[in-house]
Design a protein around this ligand. Structure first.
Ligand code: UDP
Ligand code: MG
Length: 333
């Protein structure tokens, strides 16, 4: 554990007490069968169940575990960022605790890395374990995101991947504290290889990404990597102005020819309400970006680590040294 490992597994855990034991079993079997040394960083992201205690108990069984406890639930993106910041390995592999990302695929990752790739991503070829709603919304998200953002996110590729230290250093150069990792991974680039896999259903426990949370996640993704939703108002505004101009000209000509035609309440109220609605949407989109600017401008850290078993280990060693030297310098000795 003290020697620098080659592989760092980075696994965020939120309410995963039922599955972490099984996860450790499967991933340890895979990693033991490679010739590389490794560490498994398990980040407890403010779980409400007994995940932390379970992780600590597993430490007596596996000396490869490093338990990092965040001070509260910061969300998966932040937990993943914490893991990447703390990882010491030559390559880092983010993976979900629920075994939806099959650990066995790590063999393929390593093969591609040995060929010289900096990044190896896992692409799902089969989404049959997802509900139709998730499939549809995921597809819409990728289509829309890739149409408006400068950097494309490959479809059906999640966070499960291998990245080498060079890539992690590049990721750390991105200073934003609201981190949409899928976008950040794509943004930094590097030589990438793709391996395909079938995503299994969750082994146990429940997904924490449903409906509203996914919608907000999608908004985060789009606003993090594109200003197109802001720019589109230039075109909507121009289009509506052109319409208004045409209608106005038409009305003037009509009045000149046929004289004043008093009734007009219905068309007037329709236009007013329509424009009011359009303006509010525009202000809403601007508000979304201003909100993000506001949050970023606070420069708050992405996460707070409450406890880190690796640091504790080295600190214990360190405090041991202090006691020793204290004894040596004890004047009464
Ligand atoms: N996760 C986390 N913090 C959260 C939510 C989720 O660290 O606030 C972890 C969770 O423990 C799991 C991974 O992120 O390892 C993916 O979460 P989940 O399986 O709920 O998402 P899904 O696979 O349904 O997208
Ligand atoms: Mg999952």
């Amino acid at each position: 554990m003290t020697n620098t490992p080659t592989i760092s597994i980075v696994c965020p855990c939120y309410n995963e007490e039922q599955v972490v034991g099984l996860f450790m079993e499967r991933i340890s079997a895979v990693l033991d069968s490679t010739s590389y040394s490794y560490e498994i960083i398990l980040i407890n992201d403010g779980s409400k169940d007994n995940t932390l205690a379970t992780l600590k108990a597993l430490q007596s069984q596996y000396d490869t575990i490093r338990v990092v406890n965040l001070s509260r639930n910061f969300g998966k993106e932040a937990a993943l960022t914490a893991g990447l910041d703390l990882a010491r390995g030559e390559v880092m592999i983010p993976i979900d605790a629920d075994l939806q990302d099959p650990p066995e695929l790590i063999h393929d990752f390593l093969k591609e890395w040995e060929k010289g790739f900096d990044v190896v991503v896992a692409k799902r070829v089969d989404r049959s374990t997802d509900s139709w709603a998730k499939k549809l919304t995921a597809e819409l998200f990728y289509k829309f995101h890739n149409a408006v953002a400068q950097v494309e996110i490959p479809e059906n590729v999640g966070d499960f991947r291998l990245i080498n230290r060079r890539v992690v250093k590049a990721i750390q150069l991105l200073p934003e504290n609201q981190r949409f990792m899928k976008g950040i991974f794509s943004w930094v680039g590097f030589k990438t290889s793709v391996v395909e896999y079938k995503r299994e259903a969750r082994e146990a426990g429940e997904t924490s990404f449903n409906g509203w949370k996914l919608w907000n996640f999608a908004l985060d993704g789009i606003t993090s990597f594109s200003t197109a939703p802001l720019r589109v108002w230039l075109y909507i505004g121009s289009f509506i102005s052109a319409l208004a101009f045409t209608y106005g000209s038409f009305t003037i000509v009509k009045t000149l020819i046929y004289g004043i035609d008093a009734p007009g309440y219905a068309s007037l109220i329709t236009v007013m309400l329509f424009l009011g609605g359009v303006q509010l949407i525009g202000i809403g989109v601007m508000g979304e970006y201003i909100g993000r600017l506001y949050m970023e401008s606070k420069r708050r850290p992405t996460y707070i680590v409450e406890e880190d078993s690796y640091i504790q280990q080295s600190e214990n060693k360190h405090s041991g040294e202090i006691t020793n030297s204290g004894e040596n310098h004890d004047p009464s000795a």
